[in-house]
Design a protein around this ligand. Sequence first.
Ligand code: ADP
Ligand code: MG
Length: 695
Amino acid sequence: MSNPAEIFGELVFSESVMKERLPKETFKEVKNAIDNGKRLSPEAAGVVANEMKQWAIEKGATHYTHWFQPMTGVTAEKHDSFISPKDDGNVILSFSGKELTQGEPDASSFPSGGLRATFEARGYTAWDPTSFAFLKDGVLCIPTAFCSYGGEALDKKTPLLRSMEAINKQAMRVLKLFGNDDVKSVKTTVGPEQEYFLIDAEGYNARRDLIYTGRTLFGAPPPKGQQMEDHYFGAIKPRVQAFMKDLNDELWKLGILATTEHNEVAPSQHELAPIFTTTNIATDHNQLTMEIMKKVAQKHGLVCLLHEKPFAGINGSGKHNNWSISTDTGINLLEPGDTPYENAQFLLFLMAVIKAVDEYQDMLRISVASAGNDHRLGANEAPPAVISIFLGSELTEILDAIESDIPYGGREKEIMKIGVHVLPKFPKDTTDRNRTSPFAFTGNKFEFRMLGSASSVALPNTVLNTAVAESLKQYSDILEKADDFTAALHDLIRSEITAHKRIIFNGNGYDDAWIEEAEKRGLSNLKTTPDAVAHYLDEKNVKLFTDHKVYSEVEMQSRHEVFLDKYCKLLHIEAQTMLEMAIQDIIPAVSSYSAELAGSINVKQDAGVDVTFEKAQLELISADLKSAYEKYSALNKSLDQVESESCFVKKADGYKDVIKKEMDELREVCDKLEGETASDYWPFPTYGELLFAVR
Ligand code: ADP
Ligand code: MG
């Protein structure tokens, strides 16, 4: 067993390493860049680069890369070696300040949603000093933002950093009003809990649906699924244990604070939770965690599936985005305090989140939209596609009491005056209902539970940060003008509760009655990715992001296109894979089996044996086989039609309305055939074989 304290962060050029290795003056500049977003001088960048190179070479590195997060959803890197030629024919290992702070990868092969048509194909990457450089497979990785030469963001990190700046600016205004003069900056924090499946590599390799799409496109339910719920928090199998140990070691070396690990509800499903950290670092770490999970799994003869719904009928995987706001002085602004003033401040920040979630339900829904996640949201395993907030009964009662000026039931039945009274302590709610909420207050943070397991957490947090920044901006605009601060604050919170209480729901989010109720309350229910993305460019959304300088309008237009383009491409690959598997694997296998059945019927009939049963079976299989072929042909034809559509919005609708339905129909009859065909003939591993293979 490795000692976590010894290996922790050994592959990271962290603040402590920089403090130790850099000249005092240079370190001070770096620290200023990290804490206050100040630009590094070229001289300091040169010193940092040289020391970083030295450190990396000591640890065996030969190459460096600007590591960035394009809109593909995975991270990108292009390795360059440290080697530079000398006049005498030898080489030296060099790495300049410019190479550290700026790179120029060819942007033309990354999704840009039309931006590359208007701007130069080259893009540039710029070091984000708030996220530390690290070593991966002998390569020095420098976390960077990725932009076009026109300055348009081509990645997920740039808008995230801008949104952190936006919320910092507005939260600071509010904190000033409450007299927190010692606070210099505010950052949001995130702890993403990651779910995943771990299956045996042999089964994986025998299924092209898993290889091409990350999920099974065919498969009848096994006799045993997750009914017994015996997997949840159950004993971890030795092979999985060995994987988790290795994974932890790798993550710790990279300074990633992985702490808890347990089995999830579905067979072969597990979860990893890190300790929370600053949002952009948490985002980098989550990307790295997903990458390393896959790599470590491979070493153990396993495959890590990050898809949101690898198996129909079995719980899918999500990501819980725990989110809060902290000051540089270490105060969690979503932690109710002990004094009337702290309480009042807490209530205002709480209201800011409630308002943000209510007003930007559609944007939050969009932020978690993907073809994969469409299989989960609203399917009784993940929260519905409707967004609501769980506050717990105590806090909700307090807000009710404030709103209607009635005495709060607690101790002395007093009327809660904000800024005058202390909130009663409320216990942390851990009910089942809490777990069915898409957005739950869990004592000192919010947990956004709609994220899919495969997506980056960058966008949901960009949206949250920006929407809350807007609430805080509106609140400061009002309160800065007030003559009587306490009275104005009280009135503001009261009227905000009235305005936004429709978004608060403490009941069971999985209940159909809630969906009806939500509709009455006017909450939006955007069921699919195209339905959701249709609101991306709504005026209020464009205004939000442009006002706070998180996206320009052009950037939003390009992202709208990237969203739908990605959706269509994914479904296209899925449909094509299904067609291949149906015509090349399933239909031939069932044909062979029915031919054998027909042969044995002939032989038996000649011998005068009763063949009633075999004949009935053969007829059933033949009818289903015919139907499978018809469904195959229909999908094949529709796919050509939808693919030829030139408008990307219409194309996405075609995938959503036609292709998905026909894929489901083809699957249904093929899964039925799986149950009717002798197992020796079935061309790939079944659900049972995939889900229960790892021991
Ligand atoms: P539970 O959800 O079971 O109550 P925890 O309270 O330990 O568990 O938190 C779950 C996740 O939330 C962990 O990843 C944790 O690091 C994260 N978390 C805790 N506090 C914060 C915070 N202030 N900001 C962001 N994430 C947090
Ligand atoms: Mg959780």
